[in-house]
Design a protein around this ligand. Structure first.
Ligand SMILES: [Zn+2]
Length: 322
């Protein structure tokens, strides 16, 4: 029996899986609001109470939204940190492992089925090449999949905190506004849910926006996306135009950095909610428009991960191999 986890700033998923060749089979899963618990051990106790897992969990892998150093990780915006030691103390498992959340998600790439992926660019897949994963959600995550001895091996990164590189006068104005607010503008200031709010502030300035005024607390990014999809607010349409183009450009940057000739995978919670906007062309135009590398980028397969729990699945895939 395997226990997999995906700890995010908003939501924590835990799942029990049965070992199986390549793709472990899910038995039970639960979601918990991360901020309402005082420690990860408390979430484990809640899961134990809710699911009553059988004894004999022999591997635990948990993906965490943050850098993992010496099997310990601190989450941005969460008061507690998480360690492999506390997981072992809870379940007595011989093997407990923490991974960066995008590294965990990257482990799912090899076992995803065609119906769990949406093709943005067919490309010319190179079976000997590397791959990358980029995922905008509560934050922006990026991971590499390096080809080693024929297999893709996930490598974590904190690429979401690299500097934002504006390409247009409009993006330069946006960057200036954000620099005035934050001092430094990393890509995550733009490419995540709170990033959508930043772009929204830029496009609306002091103008009221009905869809956001009427949104439930925390639901603003979804309200902006919805207003853009329906055309309910022209400035929300521009907000998403900026977001989608910057997302495609950053996916192209990551594809170049990783020489991802085997594939670029777009994960995270936002992409599946704005698929029509991703398919319209601006995303892939920004992805490819990087001479002198435009021809290589045009050959990279680009797909959206539709499985909303790819991070949890990837952690289970890793545990399955332990
Ligand atoms: Zn608006």
């Amino acid at each position: 029996m395997l226990l997999a986890g995906d700890v995010g700033g908003t939501k924590t998923l835990l799942g029990l899986f049965q070992r199986a060749p390549a793709r472990p089979a899910p038995i039970a899963r639960r979601a918990y609001p991360t901020t309402q618990f005082a420690s990860f051990t408390e979430i484990l106790h809640a899961f134990e109470h809710d699911v009553r897992p059988p004894s004999g969990i022999d591997a635990v892998v948990v993906g965490v939204a943050g850098p993992v150093v010496h099997q310990r990780a601190a989450l941005t915006n969460i008061a507690w940190d998480i360690s492999a030691t506390e997981i072992t103390a809870w379940c007595g498992a011989g093997r407990a492992l923490l991974l960066n959340d995008l590294e965990a998600m990257a482990n799912s790439v090899d076992v995803l089925t065609p119906d769990e992926l949406l093709v943005l660019q067919e490309g010319l897949p190179n079976p000997e090449g590397n791959a990358v994963v980029i995922a905008a959600g509560t934050g922006l995550g990026e991971a590499y999949l390096h080809r080693v001895n024929g297999r893709l091996r996930p490598v974590p990164s904190e690429g979401g905190h690299a500097d934002f590189a504006p390409r247009t006068d409009r993006e330069i104005s946006l960057m200036r506004m954000l620099r005035d607010t934050y001092g430094r503008v990393d890509v995550e200031r733009i490419l995540c849910g709170p990033g959508l709010l930043n772009i929204h502030r830029f496009t609306h300035r002091d103008e009221p926006c009905g869809p956001v005024l009427n949104a439930a607390p925390g639901g603003e990014p979804a309200a902006i996306s919805q207003a853009a999809l329906t055309g309910a607010c022209a400035r929300c349409v521009e907000t998403l135009d900026i977001f989608v183009s910057a997302y495609g450009s950053e996916a192209g940057n990551l594809g170049m950095r990783g020489v991802a000739t085997a594939g670029v995978f777009v994960g995270g919670g936002i992409a599946p909610k704005i698929l029509p906007l991703l398919q319209r062309g601006d995303f892939m135009d920004a992805f490819r428009s990087k001479p002198p590398m435009d021809e290589m980028l045009a050959r990279m397969p680009v797909r959206v991960i539709l499985n909303a729990e790819a991070g949890l699945l990837g952690a289970a895939v890793y545990a399955n191999e332990m």
